[in-house]
Design a binder for this molecule. Structure first.
Ligand code: 13P
Ligand code: SF4
Length: 306
């Protein structure tokens, strides 16, 4: 950490104590933000942590739908998102109104929404899932027909692992579609010993070239295996900070440096400190929406990890 960051970190840690706050950070956050967090993890782990913390304040270093999920699970806590503009373009690729219309076309379908969705979209869904438990969630359902929103690529990946009929909403992650098959083929030539691990938000032709498709938490666990000495990482590049920190001596190469989520990068140490000082910006899901969205999130948490 640079000297300036060390000073900011000290201020954050002392104010965090005073406010009885916990700092949760996603695996894609800037390295210096990950380093001051109480917990760094994937979407599922972050929602599980938010559900069980006894802190009064949650500083959510991630994007808007993640802070909304924390607010859905912890209505009595203040959930702060240090930059209110940190959104997820994929989550905004479907609205509750659009989903309602689609449901009318498919009255028998069970609606599964990726956790990367707005609270309003969750109110129109039967159950949520993350990249870590999508297959398990869908396999656990009685239904034979599934409407999956909003990520067509995660949906497609899950459809290759189940016999259920899946209708996919055409959303996608603008950061993950930057990872191309030619990136993987080129890096396989350069690093023939390396394992190739990609996120299921990647295009199917990229997933087809990988050794594993895993969510970010799964990638961190996979990297710790003794037989993994080098890894080509097909996801947002913020995760490389954690992979390198936890596995000194192993080699991690991004599939492409272009796989950046600009929204994740909006959270900085300055904004975390400002958030704690001002107790803002707060993300609070209105009670009427919260209660309906909570049913889908609770159902997912009951099913657990894949
Ligand atoms: P994970 O749940 O795998 O951390 O993914 C979250 C996300 O936003 C991926 O783009
Ligand atoms: Fe959304 Fe993609 Fe960013 Fe994840 S990486 S938060 S899916 S835009």
């Amino acid at each position: 950490m640079e000297n300036r960051d060390v000073k900011l970190a000290e201020k954050i840690l002392s104010l965090k104590k005073k406010r009885n706050a916990v700092i949760l950070a996603h695996n894609y956050q800037l390295g210096e933000v990950q380093d001051i967090a109480d917990f760094v993890g994937d979407s599922l782990e972050l929602s599980q942590n938010a559900a069980r913390t006894d802190a009064e304040v949650i500083i959510f270093c991630g994007v808007h739908f993640m802070a909304e999920t924390a607010s859905i699970l912890c209505p009595d806590k203040a959930v702060l998102l240090p930059d209110i503009n940190a959104g997820c373009p994929m989550a905004d690729m479907i609205t509750a109104e659009e989903l309602k219309k689609k449901k009318e076309e498919l009255p028998r379908a069970t609606v599964v929404c990726y956790i990367n969705s707005t609270a309003e979209v969750k109110t129109e869904s039967d159950v949520c899932c993350t990249s870590a438990n999508g297959v398990k969630v869908i396999e656990s359902l009685d239904a034979q027909e599934i409407l999956f929103v909003p990520d067509q690529y995660l949906g497609h990946y899950i459809s290759t692992k189940t016999d259920k009929k899946m209708v996919l909403w055409p959303g996608f992650c603008p950061s993950h579609i930057r990872i191309l098959p030619e990136h993987i083929t080129q890096l396989r030539k350069e690093y023939p010993q390396a394992k190739v691990v990609v996120h299921p938000e990647c295009r199917p032709d990229v997933i087809a070239l990988a050794d594993e498709a895993l969510g970010t938490g799964g990638m961190c666990r996979y990297a710790r295996r003794d037989d993994v000495k080098a890894m080509i990482v097909g996801t947002e590049i913020g995760i490389l900070h954690r992979l390198r920190k936890e596995n000194p001596g192993k080699k991690f190469t991004p599939a492409t440096e272009q796989a950046v989520c600009p929204n994740m990068k909006l959270i900085t140490l300055e904004k975390v400190l400002w958030s704690l000082e001002e107790m803002a910006p707060e993300v609070k899901v209105p009670e009427e929406i919260r209660l309906r969205a909570k049913a889908a999130v609770d159902k997912m948490l009951e099913i657990g990890r894949g």
